[in-house]
Design a protein around this ligand. Structure first.
Ligand code: ZN
Ligand code: MN
Length: 474
């Protein structure tokens, strides 16, 4: 039996207005090489100046993961040559990261929780982008010098599910505290996975393989699973020592396999040394005080939802997994509906109608509308079944709920007079069955209910029908 050891490194692109060491804008999708200056182009003589906003965001993150925030930290040079890095080094923090020793609580499918330790989060500058265009490669330096927070976990995860849950929680937190848009497709939340295996019970760590730049949670899950199988197979075949080497691999989603990209460098290969062009980064007590005020985090929100609205822990964690869903739920609750119904319509009925990449942020039905729909079930204007029809309709048409109910003729008849008339008619048409019922064939009650509902074309309030039938038949 083998055990899997997983550690994760995540590069989060901070959503500061300007770059890490110059005043160029950080915006995405601008014309190539327009957001550049002598500093981020690494022209001789241009000096970096630290953007304080980056320290603010680092403090917010450190606070969110209950970490130590180092009020004095330093920058180091990591030397390597890449066409998209004009300085031929990266400014990072090797020896003293701004944030150290944090933790993250993850929620597992079986309802249990686990604490994953975070070793550190350090500030570093991003490189530019290489664009490969047939025979030619081009370099776009708009991204060069964009601030990153590299968040490094301890190797505390034991399977792909734990790794994905860790990443989802981390993703959710950086969005809650608004330090990054964390868009995985656009590369503002880049995940590197370190995977190794060992025989269960063994304390030693074996060779770890790094899988780089996987851009969706689903692919991360698959990449880990397929890499773990490769390592176990090699162990069982007796080829582990030759085949499993410390290296960087790429995940190929089309073939569902990992492939060697390059040998993993050791720290010494990077010739790290203290960055001579920058002073130490200092966080004053004042800054620490101001920026450790952060919004309510997903775990706190979930706990509050359980206490305030009486929903269960599982539903609370689903609803708070993104701040947008949590806000949607709270907006629904503003309308005074039951929490249980809000949860069902928000987490089951609405998403079931999403298509083509739609999500809660782009849903054509907003919180107020969905809550109004639920309210119409609760005040017995329509049945739950009719409400689904209304929802189908308003997903396509931007119309008022009550107008749609009217238009589709879904209004439930609760007027007892009208129902009584229908009941009388059904009973007089079925004298023989009424006799049978009175002689003890109680199963026929369902038949009468069905007939009345049918006569009303489904619009009669079933509760009222039941009551009136009981009266008349007794
Ligand atoms: Zn610049
Ligand atoms: Mn890095």
């Amino acid at each position: 039996m083998f055990e899997t050891i997983i550690g994760l490194e995540v590069h989060v692109q901070l959503n500061t207005k300007t770059k890490l060491f110059c005043s160029c804008p950080t915006s995405f999708n601008h014309r190539q090489n327009t957001n550049t200056c002598p500093t981020c182009l690494a022209l001789p003589g241009a000096l970096p100046v630290l953007n304080e906003e980056v320290l603010h965001k680092s403090i917010q993150f450190g606070t969110a993961i209950e970490a130590t925030i180092n009020q004095v930290s330093y920058f180091d040079r990591k030397s390597y040559f890449y066409p998209d890095s004009p300085s031929a080094y990266q400014i990072t923090q090797l020896y003293t990261p701004v944030v150290e020793h944090g933790k993250l609580r993850i929620d597992l499918e079986d309802g249990s929780h686990k604490i994953v330790r975070i070793n550190r989060a350090h500030i570093e500058a991003d490189a530019g982008k290489s664009i490969h265009d047939g025979e030619i490669s081009k370099v776009d330096l708009n991204r060069a010098g964009t601030p990153l927070l590299e968040i490094v976990s301890e190797p505390d995860m034991r399977n792909a599910e734990e790794a994905v849950q860790y990443l989802k929680k981390l993703h959710s937190i950086v969005r809650y505290i608004d330090i990054s848009d964390a868009n995985m497709q656009e590369g503002s939340f880049r995940v590197d996975v370190n995977v190794s295996i060992r025989p269960k019970g063994d304390e030693k760590l074996y060779t770890r393989v790094e899988i780089k730049n996987i851009n969706s949670f689903r692919f991360i899950q698959k990449a880990i699973e397929v890499e773990v199988s490769r390592q176990i197979e090699a162990w069982e075949d007796g080829t582990y020592d030759e085949e499993i080497i410390q290296e960087t691999r790429l995940y190929d989603a089309n073939r569902n396999e990992t492939r060697s990209m390059r040998g993993k460098e050791e720290a010494a290969d990077y010739r790290y040394f203290p960055e001579p062009d920058l002073k130490k980064a200092v966080i004053t007590n004042e800054m620490l005080k101001t920026y450790s005020q952060i919004p309510e985090l997903p775990d706190q929100k979930a706990k509050r939802f359980v206490e305030e609205f009486g929903i269960n822990e599982y539903n609370a964690s689903v609803i708070t997994s993104t701040k947008e869903t949590a806000k949607f739920f709270e907006d629904m609750m503003e309308e005074g509906i039951s929490a249980k119904n809000a949860v069902t319509w928000l987490t089951v009925e609405l998403p079931a109608r999403f298509s083509g990449g739609m999500d809660i942020t782009t849903s054509p039905v907003d919180a107020k509308k969905l809550a109004t729909l639920v309210k119409r079930i609760e005040d017995k204007t329509i049945s739950g079944k009719a409400a689904k029809e209304v929802l189908d309709y308003i997903m396509q048409n931007d119309e008022d709920i009550d107008t749609v109910i009217e238009k589709l003729g879904l209004k439930q008849v609760s007027d007892t007079g009208a129902i009584e008339a229908m009941v009388d008619e059904i009973l007089s048409k079925n004298q023989d069955k009424v006799e049978e019922y009175k002689n003890g064939k109680e199963k026929l009650f369902g038949f009468f209910v069905g007939q009345v509902m049918k006569a009303s074309k489904g619009s009669a309030n079933p509760q009222a029908v039941n009551e009136i039938l009981k009266q008349k038949l007794s």
